[in-house]
Design a protein around this ligand. Structure first.
Ligand SMILES: Nc1ncnc2c1ncn2[C@@H]1O[C@H](COP(=O)(O)OP(=O)(O)OP(=O)(O)O)[C@@H](O)[C@H]1O
Length: 420
C-alpha cells in the first residue's frame, strides 16, 4: 500500500512512505552509541527521514537488534562500553554482509559504495555529532556581587553555510521547500547574537525553532529559559521578568531574581511577546538596547548577557502600526524575523510528520500505522491548529483504535468546519 493519495492529490508531491500493517517507516537502522544525547538526535532526524530507529547503548544490545529486527543499516559510534569497535565491526561484516555499516570514527568499514542511503545516514550522523558540540568559551565574572558564568562568542566547529540547503534541522520534521528555507535561516542566524523574532500561527513549531536556535548557537550548553508573556498576569509580569527587591510591592516579602537575570549566559525565549503590556515594553526596549536592568524597587543596575528570542502568532508589525505594540520595540526585536510556515502550506510534509508522531507514540504503547483512507482524510483537512493539532488528532486516533494495529478513517476526528 502506498500512503497519502489524498496528500498527493493536494500537493502533487509523491510521498514515498509505505503504510499498512508494517507501519509507515519501512526501513530500519540500529544506532549503537553509549551517548544517549547522540542517539536521541539521530532518532529524531532519522525518523524524519523515514527510518525506524532501534537504539543500543552497547555492542551486545546492538547485536540483539541486528538479530531480531534485521535492519538495513547500523550506525556505530567510535567507542562502545562492552566491545572493541574495530573487532565488533569486523564481526558485523562477516555475519551481516547485507547491512550498511556506518562508523562514526570513519573506520575501514565506512568505505564502500556511496549509495544515497549511505550518504543520508552519514549526513544524519555528522549533523547529530555537530549538534552535541558546544565550543563556547566560558569565563567567570562578578556581576552585582554574584559570580556568573559568562559565555563568550563561540568558536564553532561547524559554521552554517547558506548554500547548504540539503541540511535540515533534526528536531524540525519536514523537508518541504518552506522548511528548507526555514532551516537555512536558522543555521545562518543561530551562531550570531542577533535578536530573532519568530512569527507563525499557533502550533506551527515556534518554540521548536527557538530551541533549535539555542542548540545551534554558542549558548547550547547554557540555560534556555521560556517566559510566556500571555500566561502571567500583567501586574506580575514586570517583577517576573526583571526581579524585585524585598518590600518593592505589597506581598514582596523577599527579594527575587527575575527571569532575565536568571537566564544570564543563556537564551531567553519570550513567547507571545505581542501580549506584553505597553508600559513594560519600554523597560524591555531599554534592556535590549543596553543589556542592563533594574529590579523593581532597586536603584542598582545589573548587567546581564542574554540572547533574546521572541515569538508571536499576532501580526506584530500591524499591531505596531495600530499603536498596540511599540514600533521601536518591534524594530529592535525584528532584527532577524523568521516565519514558521503553517502546516497547510507544507502538506507534502504531512506523511513525515505522521510517521514521526506514530514513532514517538510507539515508545509508550504498541506502535500503530495509519490506513490509506485515514491519511487521505488528514491530507484534506485545513489544520488551523497546525502541527500541534495533528499530534493531538493522532493521539486521539490511536486511543480510539484500541487494540487494532492501524488508525482507520473512523478514528480520525477533525473539527467539522475547517476542512481545506
Ligand atoms: N516541525 C516539527 N517537527 C516535530 N514536531 C513539531 C514540529 N513543529 C511543531 N512540533 C510539535 O508541535 C507542538 C507545538 O509546537 P510549538 O509549541 O513549538 O508551537 P508554537 O508555534 O510555539 O505554538 P504556540 O503559538 O501555541 O505557542 C510541540 O509538541 C512540538 O514539539
Amino acid at each position: 500500500m502506498i500512503a497519502g493519495q489524498g496528500v498527493m492529490g493536494r500537493t502533487g508531491a509523491r510521498p514515498e512512505l509505505m503504510v499498512g500493517r508494517e507501519g509507515l517507516a519501512a526501513r530500519t537502522v540500529v544506532v549503537a552509541s553509549v551517548d544517549a544525547g547522540l542517539r536521541e538526535r539521530l532518532r529524531r532526524s532519522l525518523t524524519g527521514l523515514r527510518w525506524q530507529v532501534r537504539e543500543a547503548s552497547g555492542g551486545a544490545e546492538a547485536m540483539a537488534h541486528l538479530e531480531m529486527a534485521r535492519p538495513e543499516a547500523l550506525l556505530l559510534d567510535s567507542w562502545l562500553p562492552d566491545l572493541e569497535v574495530g573487532e565488533f565491526a569486523g564481526q558485523i561484516r562477516l555475519l551481516y554482509p547485507g547491512v550498511d555499516l556506518i562508523r562514526a570514527d570513519g573506520g575501514a568499514e565506512s568505505g564502500g559504495v556511496r549509495s544515497p542511503r549511505r550518504n543520508e545516514l552519514l549526513h544524519a550522523l555528522r549533523e547529530a555529532q555537530d549538534g552535541g558540540i558546544s565550543d563556547a568559551v566560558q569565563e567567570r565574572v562578578m556581576i552585582g556581587g554574584v559570580e556568573r558564568v559568562l559565555v563568550e562568542e563561540p568558536v564553532r566547529r561547524v559554521v552554517a553555510s547558506a548554500s547548504d540547503d540539503g541540511v535540515l534541522i533534526p528536531e524540525m520534521v519536514g523537508r518541504s521547500e518552506p522548511m528548507r528555507e526555514l532551516a537555512r535561516l536558522i543555521r545562518l542566524v543561530a551562531p550570531r547574537s542577533a535578536t530573532v523574532l519568530i512569527e507563525g500561527e499557533t502550533g506551527t513549531g515556534k518554540e521548536v525553532v527557538a530551541k533549535a536556535l539555542h542548540r545551534l548557537g554558542g549558548r547550547a550548553g547554557k540555560s534556555f529559559t521560556v517566559l510566556n508573556c500571555a500566561a502571567i498576569p500583567e501586574t506580575l509580569l514586570e517583577a517576573e521578568l526583571f526581579g524585585h527587591t524585598r518590600g518593592a510591592f505589597t506581598g514582596a516579602v523577599q527579594s527575587r531574581t527575575g527571569r532575565i537575570e536568571a537566564a544570564h549566559g543563556g537564551t531567553l525565549f519570550l513567547d507571545e511577546i505581542g501580549e506584553m503590556p505597553l508600559a513594560l515594553q519600554a523597560k524591555m526596549l531599554r534592556f535590549l538596547e543596553c543589556g542592563e536592568l533594574q529590579r523593581v524597587g532597586d536603584n542598582e543596575t545589573v548587567r546581564v548577557d542574554v540572547r533574546v528570542i521572541a515569538a508571536t502568532h499576532q501580526p506584530l508589525e500591524q499591531r505596531a502600526e495600530e499603536r498596540l505594540f511599540r514600533l521601536d520595540l518591534y524594530h529592535r526585536l525584528a532584527v532577524f524575523p523568521v516565519e514558521v510556515p503553517a502546516l497547510r502550506e507544507r502538506m507534502e510534509d504531512l506523511p513525515l510528520l505522521v510517521a514521526y508522531f506514530l514513532e514517538e507514540m510507539g515508545k509508550d504503547a504498541p506502535r500503530k500505522g495509519v490506513s490509506d483512507a485515514a491519511l487521505a482524510k488528514l491530507g484534506e483537512y485545513g489544520w488551523p491548529g497546525n502541527v500541534r493539532e495533528l499530534m493531538h488528532v493522532l493521539e486521539r486516533g490511536a486511543i480510539l483504535a484500541g487494540d487494532r494495529p492501524e488508525i482507520g478513517v473512523a478514528e480520525i476526528r477533525l473539527r467539522a468546519r475547517v476542512r481545506a
